[in-house]
Design a protein around this ligand. Structure first.
Ligand code: NAP
Length: 307
């Protein structure tokens, strides 16, 4: 393997440290309510969601912020959920609101997300934030992958200006915001998708290749330009080899790591081995909450932690 590894876990730890230092300075130098993050979980029978929400709460407190958890029953009505969001929108101690997705089927996700005050929408999914990002204006940017990947790319390359970036995938939560952010950093951006012709050749033009496809190990080394930076956003569960035991599964990315790492200059390892995963998502969520708090108080935004 020749590529440098871009270690998402280590990077996330660095982001959390920067957030904690900034929060400490905010508290010391300003008479303001410390940043507060409210996480709303509806239902939450899914153990993965519970673990995720718990670790968000723990890490929020660890960086010196206030954490507010709201666990609602799975059969909570839309009216009650909207009433809670309205309360959080009006609470000056809450700077960031995150509603854990997916919501139970009887709740309208778009309606719920768009009821969050855009200034507190730390997930960056509110239609106003999507529009602001699309028009190159100041917004809340989706945490991971887009914001986390952008931070890692800036850290690795310094300036991204003029680089050819190919984003494979055009979803609203990953591909499109990622492409918009790269465009804002003056990359020449191509978005590839399931109808793209000669997709291997398109990918081979990329100085920066972001894979957000949801197809296990689809991108192999022969799609990668020598020396390119490969960011693998994909998380795919596939069957483990038979020797691991019947019914066992494992996680792989959208990139075939070994072959891509032979050609790339730098690459993120597949999740959960330190790539673009949970730790980066939470670190960026904390960064967004801090940014929201600074904006709410008319203070300078935290350097290196925003888009
Ligand atoms: P999605 O909504 O399913 O979108 C997948 C995109 O890939 C679509 O635009 C689709 O094209 C394109 N695509 C599918 N098959 C293709 C093919 N054979 N060739 C070229 N393009 C193809 O998925 P998503 O929500 O964006 O997620 C993408 C991946 O990121 C998934 O593996 C997901 O698990 C992972 N993810 C990771 C994180 C993280 O924190 N690391 C967070 C969210 C998602 P069309 O539009 O033409 O159908």
């Amino acid at each position: 393997m020749t590529a440098t590894i871009i270690d998402g876990k280590a990077f996330a730890a660095g982001v959390r440290e920067k957030v904690a230092a900034h929060v400490a300075r905010l508290k010391e130098e300003n008479d303001i309510t410390p940043p507060g993050l409210a996480v709303v979980l509806v239902g939450g029978e899914d153990p993965a969601s519970q673990v995720y929400v718990r670790s968000k709460g723990k890490q929020t407190v660890e960086v010196g912020m206030n954490s507010y958890e709201h666990k609602l029953d799975a059969d909570t009505s839309e009216q009650d959920l909207l009433a809670l969001i309205s309360k959080l929108n009006n609470d000056p101690a809450v700077h960031g609101i995150l509603v854990q997705l997916p919501l139970p089927g009887h709740l309208n996700e778009d309606l719920v997300i768009n009821s969050i005050d855009p200034a507190k929408d730390v997930d960056g999914f509110h239609i106003s934030n999507v529009g602001l990002l699309g028009t190159g204006q100041k917004s809340m940017v989706p945490c991971t992958p887009p914001l986390g990947c952008l931070m890692m790319l800036r850290d690795h390359h310094g300036s991204l200006s003029g680089l050819n970036a190919v984003v494979v995938g055009r979803s609203n939560i990953v591909g499109k915001p990622m492409a918009n952010l790269l465009l804002r950093d003056s990359c020449t951006v191509t978005i590839a998708h399931s109808r793209t012709k000669n997709i291997e050749e398109v990918c081979k033009q990329a100085d920066i290749l972001v894979a957000a496809v949801g197809r296990a190990e689809m991108i192999t080394g022969d799609w990668v330009k020598p020396g390119a930076t490969v960011i693998d956003v994909g998380i795919n569960r596939i069957d483990a080899p038979p020797e691991k035991g019947e019914g066992k599964t494992r996680l792989v990315g959208d990139c075939h790591f070994d072959s891509c790492a032979e050609v790339a200059g730098a690459i993120t390892p597949p999740v959960p081995g330190g790539g673009v995963g949970g730790p980066m998502t939470i670190a960026c969520l904390l960064a967004n909450t801090l940014t929201a708090c600074c904006r709410a108080n008319g203070l300078a935004e935290p350097e290196g932690l925003t888009a």
